[in-house]
Design a binder for this molecule. Structure first.
Ligand SMILES: [Mg+2]
Length: 191
């Protein structure tokens, strides 16, 4: 069974990295206010007063974004190996070409085994161009979940502005996600 795993907000702590870059760049400005990643509730980081959409998009294409990028706190690199044994694992992510290049390097530096997954990279608004039929999608953005043709859709992470409307299956951290994916794997093998 195919498993399509999101990158930003599922494997990598993208919100935290953006907040760090914003602090570096605007700390000395009069209207600067320290915002913690937990306070971010909008997809375009509207909480960060000085950050324009243009600057935000550029952040994702810089080396220093990837330098600031950590894994999600509950994530452990061996999960990718374990999922690679259970599923046909694909990491499916949207980004400009420098962002995708950065993600490839970051993944090879932060995950134990690069061979156990394939990276599906996309441009555009959602992941509907990828045929996920018969598979599972894990994503923190409800729009990606809604527009996907995957059979099973799991919303990852805390409730945020970009997924609050999701009424389907949810998991709050990697512990819960691994339990759900383990169960699904056993169930589909038995069935
Ligand atoms: Mg995401």
């Amino acid at each position: 069974m195919k498993l399509f795993l999101d990158f930003d907000g599922v494997i990598a702590d993208t919100v935290k990295a953006v907040c760090e870059l914003y602090r570096e760049d605007y700390l000395l400005y009069n209207k600067y206010k320290d915002i913690s990643p937990d306070e971010i509730d909008t997809w375009d980081f509207e909480e960060l007063f000085f950050l324009t959409r243009h600057t935000l998009r550029n952040y994702f294409n810089t080396g220093r974004f990837f330098d600031a990028l950590d894994v999600i706190p509950s994530f452990e690199p061996q999960f990718i190996e374990q999922l690679g044994e259970m599923y046909d694992l694909k990491i499916c992510t949207i980004g400009d070409s420098p962002n995708i290049k950065g993600k490839k390097i970051w993944l090879s530096n932060n995950l134990t085994d690069i061979q156990c997954y394939e990276l599906t990279s996309l441009c555009g608004e959602d992941k509907s161009t990828v045929d996920m039929s018969g598979g599972i999608i894990v994503d923190d953005n409800s729009n990606n979940l809604r527009t996907s043709n995957a059979d099973i859709k799991i919303c990852y992470g805390e409730e945020k502005g970009w997924n609050r409307d999701w009424t389907g299956l949810r998991c709050k951290d990697w512990k819960e996600l691994m339990e759900i994916l383990g169960e699904l794997c056993r169930y589909t093998k038995e069935g």
